[in-house]
Design a binder for this molecule. Structure first.
Ligand code: NAD
Length: 401
């Protein structure tokens, strides 16, 4: 927490500087003549992953915070609903969906009454629903701003998925809406609640590898054939520039929380292959170099078009190396510390606790006014950096922050 608040002023400076770079995706071509998924909340079929529980969760503990889950996609059904059900101080109180059949099935599986099912059209009546304290916004990124604002207007707190929004300006609007309503805003950066990443942060603070020289991150995979008509992740109005916001944001975050610093400059290159329907509107790959005040340098790559897929964070210091691979997934993490030629494998806990712990943290913020570890300002910080990265690539030069 201290680390975050400490550098908050710098985020704001960075944000207003990069706001000037409004057309940050100008170099990203748009698809012509294709019927892209619209940038409005609509019903979608069952996602291709995510399971429902065999039996509804037991009754919530006294004082538990009730969440409405907004957006019943893969992550909503696969991770968010189970996380809320597994939390000690939170529970699923409602669902918001544009697909009535899907909503009904999910609600039944979680033991919710029919009047706890909301559509995007009748969402505003949630204002009168005392069972719902907060909304967990799991919609595509391009809908985060609008539906977070609507949730605050309905008097609810908001836990919003990453990336926070499509631009720093949108993040600022979300923070302003939170402040105006007096309700909490948290960004669902789950790695801040995950034992491997928490231990890695601690090790770096303790100087486990000595003075940090380089950080390398890679968040890559190869996306199967798709187009703007089928997949919001390749629609610019819903996904921004693509892999950096979606996956590379984990590498960006790792570089910041492992170095404990904010960069002084970024230099980036984007790739957008021609004649590939996956990349008609978004980038395929973003490669970034960030320089830190200490002299440390981070090299980050993120891609939707690279095999083998990687999820790496590696810190090399004068006195050792920390290797995390996979670094930021849902599970299966591996982490080693190499010092004096000796490799030590570390298993600080079960990564699976990250989901419920994060939801419980939001509950503590709501019930006990606990300081939020991953507030809207952190989402804004990251979005401002992402804008600087795109601006560097578009202008073909290093951007000083
Ligand atoms: P998804 O495509 O599986 O689901 C999105 C859901 O949103 C749809 O099923 C539908 O119910 C709803 N929706 C409403 N309007 C829509 C529209 N116009 N287009 C598409 N869907 C629409 O996506 P997802 O993987 O569940 O991602 C949702 C959010 O969760 C995104 O912000 C994403 O970045 C985030 N996410 C986070 C993690 C994580 O590890 N924290 C992992 C995956 C996704």
């Amino acid at each position: 927490m201290t680390e975050f608040t400490h550098s908050r002023r710098r985020f704001m400076v960075l944000s207003s500087a990069t706001l000037a770079a409004a057309p940050w995706l100008a170099s990203c071509a748009s698809a012509e003549g294709s019927a892209a998924i619209p940038a409005k909340a609509i019903g979608m079929p069952w996602p291709n992953w995510g399971e429902l529980p065999d039996t509804p969760p037991s009754a919530p503990n006294a004082g538990s915070v009730g969440f409405a889950v907004m957006g019943l996609g893969g992550y909503g059904i696969g991770k968010v609903l189970p996380a809320l059900a597994n939390g000690e101080r939170c529970h699923v109180a409602a669902v918001v969906s544009g697909n009535p059949e899907k909503a009904k099935t999910v609600a039944a599986a979680y033991g919710l009454p029919e009047d706890a099912i909301y559509s995007y059209e009748d969402f505003d009546r949630i204002a009168d629903d005392d069972r719902v304290d907060a909304v967990y916004n799991v919609l595509p990124t391009g809908l985060h701003l609008q539906w977070t604002e609507k949730s605050f207007a309905a008097g609810k707190h908001v836990l919003c998925e990453k990336p926070m929004a499509l631009s720093a300006a949108e993040c600022e609007q979300m923070i302003a809406a939170s402040e105006a309503s007096g309700k909490k805003l948290m960004i669902a950066y789950r790695c801040h609640f995950e034992p491997f990443n928490l231990r890695a942060m601690e090790l770096m603070r303790e100087g486990a590898v000595g003075k940090i020289k380089t950080i390398e991150t890679a968040q890559t995979y190869r996306m199967g054939p798709t187009s703007v008509a089928e997949n919001w992740r390749v629609v610019r109005a819903l996904a921004g520039g693509g892999p950096l916001e979606d996956y590379g944001i984990y590498g960006l975050q790792s570089a910041l929380y492992l170095s404990g610093e904010m960069p002084v400059s970024v230099k980036a290159v984007t790739e957008q292959p021609a004649n590939d329907p996956r990349f008609a509107e978004i980038f395929s790959t973003v490669t970034t170099e960030m320089r830190f005040p200490s002299g440390a340098v981070a090299n980050m790559v993120t891609s939707y078009d690279t095999t083998p897929g990687r999820n790496l964070a590696r810190v090399e210091g004068e006195g050792g190396v920390l290797i995390m691979e996979p670094a930021t997934g849902y599970g299966g993490h591996k982490m080693s510390l190499v010092r004096d030629g000796v490799r030590e494998d570390l298993v600080p806990g079960d990564p699976d606790v990250q989901f419920a712990r994060m939801c419980d943290h939001m509950a503590d913020a709501i019930r006990e006014d606990a300081a939020i570890l991953t507030p809207g300002e952190m989402g804004l910080r990251d979005m401002a950096l992402i804008e600087a990265i795109y601006r560097s690539a578009a202008e073909g030069r290093e951007i000083t922050l």
